[in-house]
Design a protein around this ligand. Structure first.
Ligand code: FES
Ligand SMILES: [Fe+2]
Length: 382
């Protein structure tokens, strides 16, 4: 791969070009992203509240690294390699589960919830074998705002340096106290960056969501000036009430308890690099966690967060369905264009375009950060 020229990205939004198409289709770029951004950065692995009881676990992968997030007997939440220390078998299938211990399906080595090896059948003849030396490899993880952040290679900066003022910016939404109302996982046939980009720009609303979401939003505020590996932009709604449900479907929930004034009539769209993005709205927060599978396939976990009190409303099931339907409709409309955009970017004739300063500034802020990572790694020039 010849060195990319990113000078068109490293300027103010009004002059900015989009990322070169290679960034969305090139295998070497994906390898860099996996190594430096996903294994080397801090990646969200879901909500800590969804692993509430001792033995609750989530098996997932970051940068082709199978992991298990598990609540231990001591109440601590840990992230362990999902790789047996005997001969490398993946211990549990991806997904959620609950167990008292991890038993390898291959030869039966047994691990405690904290990763310690406590039984290894018929190993008495192995000279000098100490089970204390063969616990599951532990991965660095920490909780912020209710999300479990993971740094797979253990070499990333301190999480607070990575996140900067992320927690302050989102304080009114009280993210840590929100609970999961529903969750689903799916894959989309486009690059992971395209998937998150469309979620953070208003430019496509009129063309892609003309009869559904377009009328819900007013022109947003400028992007916030923040530090940390994230971009965030607040915008008011075009009408009072929820944008999490479609008008004809019925009403939504009350505003979240920490919100008042403009915040109770708007939505904050945030992208915490690399793969976490969410819409913190007046009444709910919808979260997307995206990781690359290939250059043109993205695995997504979509989570809907509500205030805890709303879960006990008598008509909660119907209300939840309205939010889920609205999300599904918006997502389906986006996916049609995303998959066609991926095809267009695969063309040998694709070229960098220009950013719409009024309605795509968040995308450019991400591009600038991303360009800095590529240049820092010697893969591009600025
Ligand atoms: S690979 Fe796990 S016990 Fe052999
Ligand atoms: Fe959209």
């Amino acid at each position: 791969m010849s060195q990319l020229d990113l000078s068109g990205v490293l300027c103010e939004t009004e002059r900015a070009f989009t990322l070169p198409p290679a960034c969305y289709v090139d295998e070497d770029i994906l390898a860099f992203e996996q190594e430096r951004l996903f294994a080397g950065g801090w990646v969200s692995a879901g909500r800590t509240r969804d692993l509430a009881q001792s033995g609750d676990y989530l098996a997932f992968s970051v940068a082709d690294t199978p992991l298990i997030a598990v609540r231990g007997e001591d109440g601590g939440l840990r992230v362990l390699a999902n790789t047996c220390r005997h001969r490398g078998m993946q211990l549990v299938e991806p997904g959620r589960g609950e167990c008292r211990q991890f038993v390898c399906p291959f030869h039966g080595w047994c691990y405690k919830l904290d990763g310690r090896l406590f039984a290894a059948p018929r190993m008495d003849g192995a000279a000098g074998f100490e089970s204390a030396d063969f616990g599951l490899v532990r991965v660095r993880s920490e909780e912020r705002a209710g999300f479990l952040f993971v740094n797979v290679d253990g070499k990333g900066p301190p999480l607070d340096d990575w996140l900067g003022d992320f927690e302050t910016v989102h304080e009114p939404w009280r993210l840590g106290s929100l609970v999961t109302a529903s969750q689903r996982e799916f894959t989309v046939e486009c690059n992971w960056k395209l998937f998150i980009e469309v979620f953070n720009e208003y430019y496509h609303l009129r063309k892609v969501h003309p009869h559904t979401l377009s009328a819900l939003y007013a022109t947003p505020d400028p992007v916030d000036k923040t530090d940390g590996a994230f971009v965030s932009q607040f915008g008011e709604h075009a009408r009072r009430g929820s944008v999490g449900v479609l008008e004809e479907a019925g009403s939504g929930l009350e505003a979240l308890p920490g919100l008042s004034g403009r915040l109770a009539d708007g939505t904050r769209y945030t992208w915490a690099y690399p793969g976490l993005t969410f819409a913190a709205s007046r009444d709910a927060v919808w979260v997307l966690e995206a990781v690359p599978v290939t250059v043109s396939r993205t695995a997504v976990r979509l989570t809907l967060l509500f205030d805890k009190a709303s879960l006990s409303a008598p008509d909660f099931r119907q209300i939840l369905e309205r939010y889920e339907n609205r999300m599904a409709i918006g997502m389906d409309e986006d996916i049609v264009v995303l998959e066609a955009q991926q095809l267009g970017l695969h063309s040998r004739l694709a070229r960098p375009g220009r950013v719409c300063p009024e309605l795509e500034p968040s995308i450019h802020v991400f591009h600038r950060w991303y360009a800095g990572q590529l240049i820092g790694a010697g893969l591009a020039a600025g």
